[in-house]
Each structure stands twice: as C-alpha cells, then as structure tokens.
Design a protein around this ligand. Structure first.
Ligand SMILES: Nc1nc2c(ncn2[C@@H]2O[C@H](COP(=O)(O)OP(=O)(O)OP(=O)(O)O)[C@@H](O)[C@H]2O)c(=O)[nH]1
Length: 387
C-alpha cells in the first residue's frame, strides 16, 4: 500500500503546447508564454530551479519521472505512451525539494525554429540526459554532445547529469564496463571540441531498484545552496550523539537532501527508503482518521527498528515533509536521551536554515517582480513617446 499516490508533492502537471516553442500559460496571465518567460528568467534566475529530462526516444525519461514522483510501479511504465509534447511539472514538497521538471519528447530538433532552446536552457539548473544502456548508444552520445554544447553556450552554470539507464539487465562487470566506455567517449567528444572544462556526472540507474532515487537525490542536492550547512549540521549531530550515519529525507519523494560526510552505500540508502515506507504504510492503516487532517506523517511520527546485527535505525520527524533517519550501534542507542536532546537542537538549526531559504526565495521573487514591473513601465513609455 502506498500513501504517496495521493501526491502532496506534485502540485500540478502542465503540458506544453504541441508546437515545441509555444508553452502553455497555466494561469492565463501571459507571463509564462513564449519569449516572455525567458526574459524574466534571465533577470531573476527563477525561484524554482528547472530540471530537464532529455535523451533519445524510449530511453526511459517519462518512466523515471513517473516512478520517482508519482510512485508508479516500474512494470506499469511498460504501458506508457511516447511523449510528443514537453511535459512540465512542479515538484514542491518542501522548500528544499522544490523545482520544475521538464520531460522532453525524444525527437526534439535544435534546428527547428519553433524550439526556443535559449529560453529553456537559460532558466535551467540541471540537465539530465538519459542513455539506454541496453541499446546501441552511438546516436545517444552524439545527441548528448550536441545537447550539452548548446546548453553550455546559453548557460554555463547548468549541472550536466548523465543517467546510464536500464542497467538492471546488465551484470555488475558489464555495468562498470559500460560506464567506463560511455564516460570516455563523452569526454573525448568534449575534448575534441575544445570543451574539456565541461563537467559531466555519470550515474548507473534503473527504475527497478533504488538507484534511480539515489541518482535523483544527488541531482537535487546540487541545487540546494544550503547543502554545505546542512551537511555540517549533520556532522556535528552524529559526532555528538555516537551515531554512525544520518540522512535527511524528503518523505514524499524519498530523495535524501543531505547526509553527513561519511560515504553512502546503496544498502543503507535502501533500508532508509524501506523504513519510510513502513512508517507511512503503518500510519495509514492504524492512525486515527481525525488526527492532523488524517495525514500519515506528522509531528508524532517516529520509528525505531532493531536490525539483527546490533544496529539500530531511528527515524524522527524534522518538518512536515522531512525526516531524519540514522543508524547507530545498540550501545549508543542506550543514551537515547542525549540523542533526542541533540536532535532537538538539530531540528531547530534546520528550521533556521529552512527559514533563511524561504526568505531568500521571497526576496528573489520580489526583486524579479519589481524588475519586471519597471521593465513593463519602460516599455510602455517607449511604445507611446507622445503620452
Ligand atoms: N529494463 C528497464 N526498462 C525501462 C527502465 N526505464 C524505463 N524502461 C522501459 O523503457 C520503455 C520506454 O520508456 P519511456 O519512459 O516511455 O521512455 P521515454 O524516454 O520517455 O520515451 P519518449 O517519450 O518516446 O521519448 C518503457 O517500456 C519502460 O518500461 C529501466 O530502468 N529498466
């Protein structure tokens, strides 16, 4: 059972107009249509970062979006129809996990005059290029090169993320070999073009396991300017509490937005995801219908799991959509009072970071609105010089 199909995080789904260059204006105010959107973006650096999903047809872009943000089961993606329009969606479950995802059809043509790629890349935070590892990837690599070079020219601040996707069908050796080959060829192409300074990050992903959530977590983390502060807070928290590993999770998407500086291993990450599922599912089944608007996750949410290898997993609510999940030894857990006290301090500090982030976002929005209104005034004067 999954509560998350009722999407708290997905505020709305919009489909861009059939012609690639013309985007639907969701509220009818004209601001998000055509060139205007790009112009405001360039001034304000849009409050919500934009993440683009690009790649050849059938590489798995829509499946990734549906599995990560709509909790679609991987098998259901077999029935997804090919995307023929740009699909935009806002993901906004907390101030830290707040962005727009644009899912592109596989066949976009940069030379199509109706495709305003400058406008699109200008407001982009991360470009995820999906390569089907089970297919011949020569064409995908040349497409990747074209896309990255175009995007970089318009906006050198974009994070370029390459998902070597559908690796579930490959053996471990084969996966590493594919990654090495794709990594080498993509970087050789950039070096040949004199663009070796462009950095590409590579991830092995599949919708059939947690790798896609882990990869998405890393993409999203890079878009959180407060990440070093959050990491520092977690480092202090674990060292003061005798904890071995701590994650800060967005419970809706199961994206972890920060962890301490010790390395992350996949099994640990998977255990955290399973724990969040268990908490939400049990809460859905047994929580009182009238408790806090019937939400399955609230201030009281907490769980302790004793693993059979002397490790304890401890989950606690941080904010409405964030949870801390940590791993510690049974002996350390005996000092639960100290852990809870330190957690209380951590929670307050995270709340402060959160408040600062909200303030910065509000200021940026205000600034952008002011600039926009002064610009429209100037335009009005210019267009009626005799008034
Ligand atoms: N084995 C495997 N198949 C996958 C994976 N991800 C997606 N697929 C399958 O790949 C096929 C194409 O997926 P889509 O998500 O429609 O691909 P797309 O890139 O959005 O395709 P277009 O809309 O045509 O651009 C579907 O049959 C999915 O079930 C994966 O991780 N592993």
């Amino acid at each position: 059972m999954s509560v998350t199909t009722d999407r708290a995080s997905v505020l709305r789904e919009e489909e861009a107009d059939g012609a690639l260059g013309n985007y639907d204006d969701d509220d009818g105010d004209g601001v998000e249509a055509d060139g205007e959107m790009g112009f405001t973006d360039s001034l304000s650096g849009e409050v919500k970062p934009r993440i683009l999903l690009m790649g050849l047809r059938r590489s798995g872009k829509s499946s990734i979006q549906k599995v990560v943000f709509h909790k679609m089961s991987p098998n259901e993606t077999l029935f997804l129809e090919s995307t023929n329009k740009i699909c935009r969606e806002e993901v906004s479950s907390s101030s830290f996990v707040s962005f727009q995802i644009w899912d592109f059809p596989g066949q976009i043509d940069f030379f199509d005059p109706t495709f305003d790629y400058e406008m699109i890349f200008r407001g982009t935070g991360a470009l995820i290029f999906v390569i089907d590892s089970q297919d011949d990837y020569v064409e995908a690599l040349s497409r990747l090169h074209l896309t990255v070079t175009r995007a970089y020219k318009v906006n050198p601040h974009i994070n370029f993320e390459v998902f070597i996707h559908k690796v579930d069908g490959l053996s471990d050796d084969h996966k590493i070999e594919k990654q090495r080959d794709i990594h080498k060829r993509a970087n050789d192409d950039l070096t040949d073009a004199g663009l070796e300074h462009i950095h590409l990050s590579f991830y092995l992903t599949s919708i059939y396991d947690h790798s896609i959530f882990e990869a998405f977590s890393k993409v999203v983390q890079k878009l959180i300017p407060q990440l070093p502060t959050l990491e520092n807070l977690l480092n202090i928290f674990i060292s003061n509490s005798g904890i071995e590993k701590a994650f800060l999770f967005d419970v809706v998407s199961k994206i972890y937005i920060a962890t301490d500086s010790s390395p992350v291993d996949v099994q640990t990450y998977e255990l955290c995801c399973d724990m969040i599922d268990v908490v939400i599912d049990i809460s859905c089944i047994y929580s009182l219908a009238d408790s806090e608007a019937g939400l399955p996750y609230d201030k009281e949410s907490m769980a302790i799991i004793h693993l059979n290898n002397t490790t304890v997993m401890y989950l606690k609510e941080v904010t409405k959509f964030l949870a801390m999940v940590c791993f510690l030894r049974r002996e350390s857990f005996e000092r639960k009072g100290l852990i809870d006290y330190n957690f209380h301090c951590l929670k307050k500090a995270i709340q402060e970071v959160f408040d600062v982030r909200v303030k910065v976002q509000q200021n940026r929005k205000l600034l952008s609105q002011r600039r926009w209104s002064s610009l429209t005034k100037t335009n009005a004067v210019l267009s009626s010089p005799h008034s």
